[in-house]
Design a protein around this ligand. Structure first.
Ligand SMILES: Cc1cc2nc3c(=O)[nH]c(=O)nc-3n(C[C@H](O)[C@H](O)[C@H](O)COP(=O)(O)O)c2cc1C
Length: 346
């Protein structure tokens, strides 16, 4: 295993074996207002939606997490089976390792074997800024083909890069590189944070580019600073251990980020709310606050590592929780849910 593969394996191991959640989950501060007279039957509820012009049977996306080391293939296979079974979207983790080592392509490409309505390729912003235009176009073309992607996520993970001992905190030219991609490729581009959130101001800047969606990737769920804290601790790297601890709770809470981003880009750019979504009720809250879809990482990863049955059960429960929440607010479909009444305690 080279260094990149080892890092990918450690991220998954640490995420499921240590407590790497933010100290507070802000979805607890969002309450949907109960409708004691919903005037619909549970069987009338339609939870399907259209996102990036694809039909999803539920407004849910399994967030990009893994691939790039041998064990990642099995996890992606389990997640792909779940995405196929429930006809929801799925992303893979950053595909950089497979660009560096072709023998790892199948750890991502395995998802091509499944009928998933929305497959999302993934690359880090700190990588794309370091490529010249020719390398950028060649690499993006490769990662799209690798999974037969329907969309491309560019992940903004600068919090992680600054805390990772081998991190690459290069952000200069990021907007320019994203712009080149949107011009050169006829594929929807999603700009995605990974746990620190997107502010209204950043959304305004992004909306000037021809991107299709923003994943607010807010604070309140998996903390990448926490994951890097544990890695640094294992490596006896006192400085990065300290940085990880200091920035453990850095970021814009997901519901706040979502409200700000929705305020700025609504009707121009579609929105995914990822970060701390634990169940179908959190999915419903996210939609009611302005998201088109909710993204789920940790809770499904944890079950996927246990096996296919556990992962299928988890997604089944999430979907039934979403349906129940829709019934209890009287929302017959996802559009109705978007105008459900919400109480905020943040
Ligand atoms: C083990 C692990 C690896 C991840 N790797 C990536 C990645 O390569 N690219 C990316 O965009 N996000 C990555 N993420 C971030 C997730 O997509 C998601 O934004 C984040 O975990 C917050 O969601 P959660 O609170 O439901 O876990 C990763 C998350 C985990 C837990």
């Amino acid at each position: 295993m080279n260094q990149t593969e080892r890092r990918k394996a450690e991220h998954v191991d640490i995420a499921i074996n240590e407590d790497v959640r933010a100290s507070y989950n802000f979805w607890d501060d969002v309450r949907l207002i109960h409708n004691a007279l919903p005037e619909i039957d549970i069987d009338d509820i339609d939870i399907s939606t259209r996102f990036l012009e694809k039909k999803l049977k539920a407004p849910i996306i399994i967030s990009g997490m893994t691939g790039g080391y041998r064990g990642g293939k099995k996890i992606n296979e389990v997640l792909a089976k779940v995405a196929e079974n429930y006809q929801i979207g799925m992303g893979v983790g950053s595909q950089r390792s497979a660009l560096e080592n072709k023998s790892l392509e199948d750890t991502y490409g395995i998802i091509k074997d499944f009928d998933i309505p929305l497959k999302i390729a993934n690359i880090g912003a700190s990588q794309i800024v370091r490529w010249n235009k020719k390398e950028l176009i060649r690499s993006i073309d490769e990662i799209i083909k690798m999974i037969d992607a329907d969309a491309l996520a560019i992940c903004l993970n600068f919090l992680q890069e600054i805390i990772q001992p081998e991190g690459e905190a290069y952000a200069k030219g990021c907007m320019n590189s994203i712009e080149i991609i949107t011009k050169e490729f006829d594929i929807p581009v999603i700009v995605k944070e990974t746990g620190a959130g997107i502010s209204g101001d950043v959304a305004r800047r992004l909306a000037k580019l021809d991107i299709s969606a923003i994943d607010v990737g807010g604070y309140g769920g998996t903390s990448f600073a926490a994951i890097e804290y544990y890695r640094a601790k294992k490596m006896n790297d006192w400085l990065y251990e300290r940085l990880g601890k200091t920035f453990w709770d850095w970021g814009i809470p997901t519901p706040l980020s979502l409200i700000e981003v929705a305020d700025v880009v609504k009707d121009k750019v579609e929105i995914i709310a990822t970060g701390g979504i634990r169940n179908g009720l959190d999915v419903a809250k996210a939609i009611a606050l302005g998201a088109d879809c909710a993204g789920i990482a940790y809770v499904i990863l944890k079950q996927a590592v246990r096996g296919l049955d556990s992962a299928m059960r988890e997604m089944h429960a999430i979907i039934e929780e979403l349906r129940s929440a829709m019934f209890l607010v009287g929302a017959k479909d996802v559009d109705d849910l978007k105008s459900a009444e919400v109480e905020l305690w943040i």
